[in-house]
Ligand binder design. Structure first.
Ligand code: FES
Ligand code: FES
Length: 161
């Protein structure tokens, strides 16, 4: 067993876990943050993506011991109260989801992609960067539209701050 301390969605969390405990299980089973999904358990689908210290990471292949002291953000932590994150709003407005199973991971990956590329993000780069997120429903076109729309919204939101 190991004791770990981390920050999850702005709150300090301390947990005593078995050394083999995966971050996705800490989030879902211990913290009840079930917006982070498990689609494959083998690092293929991206349904489990969260941010660790601001970067998108697959939580199904991250041990809790690796995030001791880190700041973790899940899909539950990106809105401001009732106000959706611009990426969430863009997915809603562009029909970027159907069943929604992939959507939390897709959104967390997409925010990281936009943060890294900013207004330089083009469709080709975006499609390449989303390679680690699988969607069985949408055919990806509306996801790509959503992320490119969100990139503009995030730029405007930053300019307004
Ligand atoms: Fe983590 Fe599929 S559940 S990549
Ligand atoms: Fe159903 Fe992507 S919306 S898996």
């Amino acid at each position: 067993m190991s004791k770990v301390s981390l920050t999850v969605n702005g709150k300090a969390v301390t947990a005593e876990v078995e050394d083999r405990t995966l971050l996705v299980h800490l989030l879902r089973d211990h913290l009840n943050l079930t917006g982070t999904h498990v689609g494959c358990d083998t690092s293929q689908c991206g349904a489990c993506v969260v941010h660790i210290d601001g970067r998108a990471v697959k939580s199904c292949t991250t041990l809790v011991g690796q995030v001791d002291g880190a700041t973790v953000t899940t899909i539950e932590g990106i809105s401001r109260g009732d106000e959706l994150h611009p990426m969430q709003a863009a997915f809603r407005d562009n029909h970027g989801l159907q069943c929604g199973y992939c959507t939390p991971g897709m959104i967390m990956s997409a925010i990281d992609i936009v943060n890294r590329h900013g207004s330089d993000l083009d469709e080709h780069t975006l499609r390449q960067e989303l390679e680690g997120n699988i969607c069985r429903c949408t055919g990806y076109h509306n996801i790509v539209k959503s992320v490119l729309d969100a990139a503009s919204r995030m730029k405007l939101a930053q300019a307004a701050e």
